[in-house]
Ligand binder design. Structure first.
Ligand SMILES: NC(=O)c1ccc[n+]([C@@H]2O[C@H](COP(=O)([O-])OP(=O)(O)OC[C@H]3O[C@@H](n4cnc5c(N)ncnc54)[C@H](O)[C@@H]3O)[C@@H](O)[C@H]2O)c1
Length: 343
């Protein structure tokens, strides 16, 4: 392996800026290739980030053969993630890709098998795990402030006018956004999904083609229920992109507003109809030095160099994706669906 890791980035659309900015600040990785089916997008990225050393092209197989990269960064649309990853792994590269891991569970299982066979890392960007506030909320739960969790709720309301591929997608909220919230639920609780009942719909006035609102109830592995509700057509009074959370356990309740407030209450003694409570709060500064995309890209590069696997390795992330596809199957069938069966 050369001194600097040689990287090819595929898919030079909107999100690629959130990758190329931190990558430009790391001195042990070099972008040697930029690929996009619309080669003008790759040229634009090269010019915007002054990546004059990078080859630009519209074919990943050709770029892999010419540049032989150590790592491939996949910022393409969900339908292309499996093809990009399988091609990159077959060429011997480690892969870090955008969420969702794949557009179907069949594709995701192929990606896991290919990573195993190639003995390479294949990991997914779940940037919302790498923020001070969620890390602090997770720690508050792990420290037992609520006790043993029996209920977790996550609410997501953002009126987002993206244009582009999302407005034509089926089940757009669940497939493109709820993957973040579902993955957050696993991260916060430390529990894995068992089953889901989900209903999604396209609300009045929606500017999406399908499924811009959803509600889902998951049974989780330690007896907890995770209840999700969200919409991409909520104009006004938006939550943060991280959602609003309530964790209830056998000792008390902890709230996270999805921004900078983590606070809770627990009974101070058992008395009367409603027990008297004492309040508590947690600071959200956990001292992370890198956040979001920068943090997960750094973790991935460190694992490529030193061994180990990022926390969002595909073998684990497929459980979050399974929540998405089980929810979609439930929404389509109107039945409760076992998440394990989907995996
Ligand atoms: N982690 C986050 O917070 C976050 C935020 C936004 C988007 N995303 C994800 O990033 C991905 C891309 O989203 P976007 O908003 O940048 O979309 P976009 O449409 O702006 O960009 C996608 C780019 O990929 C190119 N492309 C498509 N198929 C390709 C292929 N087979 N080979 C090479 N290039 C290809 C397109 O031409 C386009 O330039 C999606 O999976 C999306 O869910 C993640």
């Amino acid at each position: 392996m050369s001194e600097k890791l040689r990287a090819v980035l595929v898919g030079c659309g909107s999100i690629s800026k959130a990758w190329l900015t931190p990558i430009g600040q790391f001195d042990d990785v070099e972008i040697v290739g930029l690929v996009d089916v619309k080669s003008e997008n790759a040229e634009q990225a090269r010019d915007n980030f002054e990546l004059w050393q990078a080859e630009v092209g519209d074919s990943l197989p050709t770029m892999l053969a010419r540049q032989k990269p150590d790592v491939v960064f996949d910022c393409t649309v969900p339908e292309a993630h499996a093809e990009v990853t399988l091609g990159a792994l077959a060429a011997g590269a480690h892969v870090l890709g955008e969420k969702p891991m794949a557009a179907s569970m069949t594709q995701a299982r192929r990606m896991v098998a290919a990573a195993e066979q190639a003995d390479r890392i294949c990991a997914v960007i779940q940037n919302r795990r790498y923020m001070d506030n969620i890390v602090a909320f997770r720690q508050a739960i792990a420290d037992g402030l609520a006790g043993r969790l029996h209920t977790l709720t996550g609410d997501f309301y953002v009126g987002a006018h993206f244009g582009g591929f999302r407005e034509a997608m089926q089940h757009v909220l669940i497939l493109d956004m709820a993957i973040h919230t579902f993955d957050q639920a696993r991260y916060i609780s430390g529990q894995d999904p068992l089953s889901v009942y989900c209903h999604d719909w396209n609300p009045a006035g929606s500017w999406f083609r399908h499924g811009a609102s959803a509600a889902a109830i998951f049974e989780m592995s330690d007896g907890m229920v995770f209840r999700y509700q969200g919409s991409w057509c909520a104009e006004g009074m938006n939550t943060s992109w991280e959602g609003e959370w309530r964790a209830i356990g056998d000792r008390g309740t902890v709230l996270w507003d999805g921004r900078d407030r983590i606070a809770g209450e627990r009974p101070s003694r058992r008395e009367g109809l409603i027990s008297p409570v004492e309040g508590f709060s947690r600071p959200v500064d956990t001292g992370l030095t890198l956040h979001g995309h920068a943090a997960i890209i750094r973790e991935f590069l460190d694992c490529v160099r030193d061994g180990g696997r990022p926390q969002t390795d595909c073998r684990d992330n497929i459980k979050s994706l399974a929540m998405v596809h089980a929810a979609i199957e439930s929404a389509e069938s109107g039945r409760k669906v076992a998440v394990e069966a989907i995996r």
